[in-house]
Write a protein that binds this ligand. Structure first.
Ligand SMILES: Nc1ncnc2c1ncn2[C@@H]1O[C@H](COP(=O)(O)OP(=O)(O)OP(=O)(O)O)[C@@H](O)[C@H]1O
Ligand SMILES: [Mg+2]
Length: 339
């Protein structure tokens, strides 16, 4: 499948998965891939983490107004702050945070309450309201995502979701509020969010996992819950941290040294042998988990290699995006989502 067609399937892509599986890193890699394909990209960071900016080589903290992480034709430029409502140029990655407090302030200001909004916030009204209306924080954040989606300022909006348990609450809050609220602005906002989440042409989830037992279990469970409880469409599952297979691991280190005519110190031979066995076991377990995932979750898989690097920076991002691109190219072209 063509990269633009793949990334153009829905304007919003929520990247979700268990804690630490590489969600933020995959958001950065997908953003890089999309920008390379000429799309305009907005990354939305919900938890105030800075991993996306670091991967693009920027040391500046992300904020609510947004900053440019990659300009068209430039590898990474860091911190140029932007207006949050201006259209993003093609081939550019911008990133911003969305917090419930900022989203509420903006909502109040947009509804003619700018002067009182700051005072209301400093008096802690958000906590009061959040206590009275469960799920309101999530609706404020998702309402802002919906507004961004509707504004069309970016071809692709990538949302770096919280870890799985929280994501499930986060995404099901709108449905809960819609059932509970009889009318008024909260119900209207919740209805808009539910519409966004249940339309596969507007919004999908990409689950990230690792080729290991627990993360695979969690990904399978999350996939069914997301479909059943939230009614959100699932894109391919991204399997991060795959060890590439190494050729030549079948012969023991000692035999390999003899047949290569190299004379090695016995302690080195035994270390090499331990490394060989470790890697073989790891490859075997990985293969088992990948097959189990394919069997239990009928979704296309995009495999991304584990990189032996200290940190993920712009160079690593290239490699990860290339791996995603190769996976996407190998996917069959899909028929249009029926309307
Ligand atoms: N393919 C990879 N190869 C090597 N290291 C990786 C890879 N993907 C992610 N990492 C590293 O693993 C760690 C966790 O990744 P990341 O922060 O993206 O996970 P996360 O799912 O967003 O975590 P959290 O749930 O805490 O937000 C980071 O240090 C990151 O640099
Ligand atoms: Mg993260």
């Amino acid at each position: 499948m063509d990269i633009s067609a793949f990334l153009g399937q829905s304007r919003v892509l929520i990247v979700a998965g268990k804690g630490g599986v590489g969600k933020t890193t995959m958001v950065a890699a997908l953003a890089h891939l999309a920008a390379r394909a000429g799309l305009s990209v907005l990354v939305v960071e919900l938890e105030g983490r800075q991993g996306v900016a670091t991967a693009f080589g920027s040391g500046d903290p992300l904020d609510y107004t947004g900053s440019v992480l990659k300009a068209a034709g430039v590898e990474s430029i860091g911190d140029a702050h932007t207006g949050s409502s201006t259209a993003i140029p093609p081939g550019t990655v911008q990133a911003r945070t969305i917090t419930p407090d900022d989203a509420l302030l903006e909502y109040l200001a947009d509804h003619g309450l700018r002067r009182v909004s700051k005072r209301l916030m400093s008096s802690g009204i958000i906590d009061l309201v959040a206590g009275a209306i469960p799920g309101i924080r999530d609706i404020l954040v998702l309402g802002k995502v919906k507004q961004i989606e509707r504004s069309g300022i970016a071809d692709l909006v990538l949302v770096d979701a919280p870890a799985t348990g929280h994501t499930m609450t986060f995404l099901s809050s709108a449905g809960g509020l819609l059932d509970a609220a009889r009318g008024g602005p909260i119900r209207a906002q919740a209805a808009d969010v539910v519409q966004l989440l249940s339309d596969p042409r507007r919004c999908q989830v990409a689950l990230v996992t690792l080729p290991e037992e627990m993360p695979v279990n969690e990904a399978v469970e999350a996939a069914y819950q997301l479909e059943d409880k939230v009614g959100i469409a699932l894109g391919p599952v991204i399997i991060n941290g795959c060890y590439p297979s190494l050729p030549g691991l079948d012969s023991p280190a000692e035999e390999a040294a003899v047949s290569a005519g190299v004379d090695l110190d016995p302690s080195l031979v035994s270390s090499l042998e331990a490394a060989r066995r470790f890697r073989l076991t790891r490859q075997h377990l990985q293969e088992e988990q990948l097959q189990r995932l394919a069997h239990e979750l009928p979704l296309a898989q995009l495999r991304v290699p584990f990189l032996f690097a200290e940190t993920i920076g712009p160079g690593e991002l290239d490699t990860l995006s290339d791996a995603l691109a190769a996976g996407v190219h190998a996917l069959p072209d899909r028929a249009e989502v029926p309307s």
